[in-house]
Design a protein around this ligand. Structure first.
Ligand code: COA
Length: 325
């Protein structure tokens, strides 16, 4: 099996900023509540007419520009998203067309907030087994399109953005292990009930607000902490490593308190964790993708460092990945 590494990263955040002060004018909430309960200070929002593929294209171009690979040389494009431009075709196909990556296999992955880690694990398999030479993996979301702006329990949490990574054969290091899991018995805890084949869009589904995120935050909070801690341990075990060997953790950014509680369970110092939740909120698959990109660009991840990606989301799904940078 070939070794697989990440050779380029890129991100794109839409320009519009929605602050906690802005939300105070929309629902019964406060900057103090949002900051202390979640760690979020602001989030980015798409402009009118801007969709998930628009963000994905910009992030992907930046990641590709960091490599010597031309778009027409891409063999595989995977987009992790739960907010595609439309039910079909996939965002990956729209991206393939925009990039003129005419030789790439293209498909989307639906694994919510763990989507970017799932996509990396799948792309790794394609390259390691020799089926593809390289892959473009993107986490892109426009969560503002499925956010209920009248529900203070959820509307303060989410944001829009995209992050991308290019994977290719590595001479040394690269992805050392992956660990993925799921538990569909808890699917009800976080879902978008309307607009699918169960509840196709009708005036009644719109009236019942079924086209917006429904979440049981309390339950998820506890599960997120234990599941992410366990996923980290399992991925490290598969890599033959321990927590002390990690240089930088890129966790999913759902709640600052979830990340800190997970770190406490693992005995991880805060300095070894990358946070971008204050700036962007929870962007589902785009959270880990943009956090990885920013950590690299800011020099927080250097060549030879051991990086842990760790994510958890609706499904339930989870995934962790250990990479020697
Ligand atoms: N502003 C002010 N008050 C709010 C509020 C807001 N935006 N949202 C909720 N509240 C209130 C609730 O109504 C509740 O009031 P009550 O006690 O009078 O009923 C109180 O704050 C506490 O609500 P609770 O849901 O227990 O808060 P919490 O500490 O659990 O924080 C979340 C809520 C959503 C921030 C937290 O549960 C969370 O982050 N959950 C996990 C999210 C997650 O992991 N998602 C999946 C992975 S992507």
């Amino acid at each position: 099996m070939k070794k697989v590494g990440i050779i380029g990263v890129g991100e794109y955040l839409p320009k519009k900023v929605l602050t906690n002060a802005d939300l105070e004018k929309m629902v019964d909430t406060s900057d103090e509540w949002i900051t202390t309960r979640t760690g979020i200070k602001q989030r980015r929002m798409v402009g009118r007419g801007e969709a998930t593929s628009d963000l994905a294209i910009k992030a992907a171009k930046r990641a590709i520009a960091e490599t010597s690979i031309k778009p027409e040389e891409l063999d595989l494009i995977i987009v992790a998203t739960i907010t595609p431009d439309m039910a079909f075709p996939s965002v990956a196909c729209l991206l393939q067309n925009a990039l003129h990556a005419k030789h790439a296999i293209s498909f989307d992955i639906s694994a919510a907030c763990a989507g970017f880690v799932y996509a990396i694990a799948v792309a790794q398999q394609f390259i390691a087994r020799g089926g593809c030479r390289n892959a473009l993996v993107v986490g892109a979301e426009v969560l503002s399109s499925i956010t209920d702006w009248k529900d203070r329990n959820t509307c303060v949490l989410f944001g829009d953005g995209a992050g991308a990574a290019v994977l290719a054969e590595a001479k040394s290091g690269g992805i050392l292990s992956t660990y993925l899991g799921s538990d569909g018995s808890k699917a009800d805890l976080l879902r978008l009930p309307g607009g699918g084949s169960r509840h196709p869009a009708t005036q009644a589904t719109i009236k019942k607000r079924l086209h917006f995120i429904k979440m049981q935050g309390n339950e998820l909070f506890k599960l997120a902490v234990t599941t992410m801690a366990n996923a980290a341990q399992q991925a490290l075990k598969r890599a033959g490593m321990e927590c002390k060997d990690i240089d930088m953790v890129i966790p999913h950014q759902a709640n600052m308190r979830i990340i800190l509680a997970m770190a406490k369970k693992l005995g991880l110092a805060k300095e070894k964790i990358y946070f971008n939740i204050a700036k962007y909120g929870n962007m589902s698959s785009a959270s880990t993708a943009t956090a990885l990109c920013e950590a690299v660009k800011e020099g927080r991840i250097k060549k030879g460092d051991v990086v842990l990606l760790d994510a958890f989301g609706s499904g339930l799904v989870w995934g962790a990945c250990v990479i020697r940078w």
